[in-house]
Design a protein around this ligand. Structure first.
Ligand code: KG4
Ligand code: ZN
Length: 355
């Protein structure tokens, strides 16, 4: 067995400061620390970019030190240092990538600029060794996409959202329902054991061809239900939360069914449907996706929930996969607030198969 590669990864693209040390030996995850900024942003009802950048700055160095200590490793023993360099909030991206570059430079190791979306995309290989090519449903707070993952750095977008991301739909409807932030887990908790059919919500684009998504109609429908009801009690709110969860999941399922059809026809060698990103932590969505995959003869893989939401291990792992292929970056690598995975894809994708 060759000596395993060991990479430290830093995630600061939004409101989580996270640092991890990951290896391609056993165990893979040597340290995986995360400091949420929930308390700092809660008074403002959303993420405030300047507050996020300042909090990342306050916490990044002690977190790096703790991660190295937990992994029982010195910086000089690392093979590389990776940082999420986009897409995301520019202030946080600068803090994370500067910290990573400083550490890499001081230790004489390569720096790897990681695309946060690629990190979500490759997490199923960290957790389950999924072979390429696979079909990926990437559902997070900022992105909702179906992608063909053909190899490291080789992604083809089959569909994306025309308006809100799935996570955004959870977050915005949770806010309307007074359930707090982040909305996905809050809705999942409120919906448990409730009646999802009492309220009728739309499934945007359902039954149409292609793999694009739309969620903004859902938010409007929830707003109208709230406006029309004199006073919603806790039980009504819980049933509405269940209806929202079902509507978002069925919308995702419908679009993913089209992608699975395309994948099975064009990549019969592919074996797996993968889900990644924060919304993939949702238990109901996972069980429905698993059934969809099974009915199409595919395996279904979603990383453990803590590796679906933003974390440092996914950044370190993507850095490691890139390092293995010699894909390292200079210390002048920029941060990129916008950084699509498939550079050839238009923002809202044309129909699958047209390209
Ligand atoms: O991937 P992520 O942690 O951050 C981004 O890259 O955006 O995703 C965050 C999103 C939030 O919108 C959050 O509400 C949603 O993921 N989320 C969930 C669950 N956990 C997090 N949505 C539904 N069910 C969950 N259990
Ligand atoms: Zn993310």
């Amino acid at each position: 067995m060759p000596k395993p590669l060991i990479v430290l990864g830093i995630e600061t693209s939004c409101d989580e400061t996270a640092v991890a040390v990951v290896a391609d030996g056993v165990p893979r995850i040597r340290a995986n620390l995360i400091r949420s900024q929930l308390a700092e942003h809660t008074p403002y009802g959303g993420v405030v970019p300047e507050i996020a950048a300042r909090a990342h700055l306050d916490h990044i160095e002690p977190l790096i030190e703790r991660a190295l200590a937990e992994a029982e490793i010195e910086a000089e023993q690392l093979d590389g240092v990776a940082a999420a360099s986009g897409p995301g909030l520019i202030g946080g991206l600068i803090v994370g990538s500067m910290a990573a570059k400083g550490l890499a430079w001081a230790a004489g190791k390569p720096f790897i600029a990681v695309n946060h979306l690629e990190a979500h995309a490759l997490t199923a290989r960290l957790s389950d060794d999924v072979p390429f090519p696979y079909l990926l449903l990437l559902v997070s707070g900022g992105h909702t996409q179906l992608l063909l993952c053909a190899g490291v750095g080789r992604y083809r977008q089959l569909g994306t959202t025309r308006d809100d991301a799935a996570g955004e739909a959870f977050d915005k409807t949770a806010k309307l329902l007074g359930l707090g932030y982040p909305g996905g887990p809050a809705i999942e908790r409120a919906a448990e054991g409730r009646d999802p059919h009492r309220y009728d919500l739309p499934r945007p684009l359902k039954g149409r061809s292609g793999c694009d998504f739309s969620f903004s109609g859902l938010k409007t429908a929830v707003r109208q239900i709230i406006a029309a009801a004199p006073a919603l009690g806790p039980e009504d709110i819980a049933d509405l939360a269940a209806a929202v969860e079902l509507a978002i999941c069925e919308t995702i399922l419908d679009r993913t069914t089209n992608a699975v059809d395309w994948f099975s026809r064009h990549h019969p060698e592919g074996t797996t449907l993968v889900a990644a990103g924060g919304v993939a932590a949702n238990a109901f969505l996972r069980s429905r996706l698993s059934a969809l995959a099974r009915s199409s003869g595919l395996d279904f893989v979603a990383p453990p929930p803590a590796l679906c939401t933003d974390n440092g291990a996914m950044i370190a792992w993507a850095g490691l996969e890139r390092l293995r292929l010699g894909l390292v970056d200079g210390f002048d690598a920029p941060v990129r607030p916008r950084w699509p995975l498939d550079l050839a894809a238009s923002p809202a994708t044309e129909r699958v198969g047209a390209r």
